[in-house]
Design a protein around this ligand. Sequence first.
Ligand SMILES: *Cc1c(COP(=O)(O)O)cnc(C)c1O
Length: 395
Amino acid sequence: MSQSAVSTSCNLMNNYARWPIALVKGQANTVWDDTGKAYLDFTSGIAVTSLGHCPPQVTKALQEQLETLWHCSNLFRIPVQEELAAKLAEVSGLDKVFFCNSGAEANEGAIKIARRYAQKIKGEERYEVITFHQSFHGRTLATLTATGQDKVKDGFLPLPEGFISVPYNDLEALKAVITERTCGILMELVQGEGGVHAADPAWVKAVRELCDEQGILFMVDEVQTGIGRTGTWFAFQQYGITPDVVSVAKGLGSGFPIGAVLAVDKVAEAFSPGTHGTTFGGNPLATTAGVATLATIEQENLLARVNQLNEYLVAQLQKLQQTSGDKVTHIRGRGLLIGVELTQPAADIITYAREKGVLLHSAGPNVIRLLPSFVTTEQEIDTVINVLTEALLQG
Ligand SMILES: *Cc1c(COP(=O)(O)O)cnc(C)c1O
């Protein structure tokens, strides 16, 4: 165990139950702690370092940008920001982009644009956003209120008005809460933090139709699922629908902080000069990371690779399910966002794996969440499966 592990004199706030290792270096899918121990990383910084650690093309682009211009503010045109917006519009089919710094901020932007759009068109009583149980949308006051899990709200009253959450994959429950106050629906197509549950395609189509009928916005939170994680640029592309608004963040900058709100033209028009803003959002460094990330995914054909790796990983997990004596109850998810539900606490398995040099994350008490990078090898998947097999046999 590393020296820095459990330091009683640490000046950091205690809002994380941190693991007792300090990571100091990363390359592709390997990270090293401060004692020199190597780990195979299947967390990817929670779906962020999708190209592996220090991906060469992004590293080079950032190094060049570091010597050119870091920041100048959105008072000016930023060509690389415009380039990233054009690329995101091309791969999403939406029209306009607002850049920010995180997932929560992207969802704040989505909520704000939905309210402003509805209030400009339909009047001031349109403000309510409908979300879903077990969802996760972030930690700001508005996005934790939008989140369909009580644990993130504890102690933070009073919460902002204008949010209601209903059961996921349930059309009747949704219809029952749509009123003249509703301005939009915000959903994840695979609930990442909430246990890796995917939306039912028929339900998603029905929600899209319902939104069109009722004139309310269909907003998809792709903070975790976006930028290739599920095997297409966006998860919505597997559902045969186009949302009005999409939020992204995690995988967009390969680890450089960046978020974005994408919207179709008619919605984007709701943001006129002065209505929304950010100091850092979309700065030359962040958007350079974004451009290089998307270019790498395209040039290295990584969406196809995500689908290949998904097939291999799921097949190996199904074998594990057979050999584990019913300890694996479900294998869920899409692409390289995979949940493995166990009959036992995920934490024990995660601790065992970490000691064996494999980093895994959870999604709720009994679900291991596998988030390998898009440049993972089949051999690395085998290593993780072997460690999981051992861990399950132990416990
Ligand atoms: C991580 C996440 C967020 C919050 O992103 P931050 O960058 O931590 O603010 C929002 N929505 C989803 C679906 C996420 O997975």
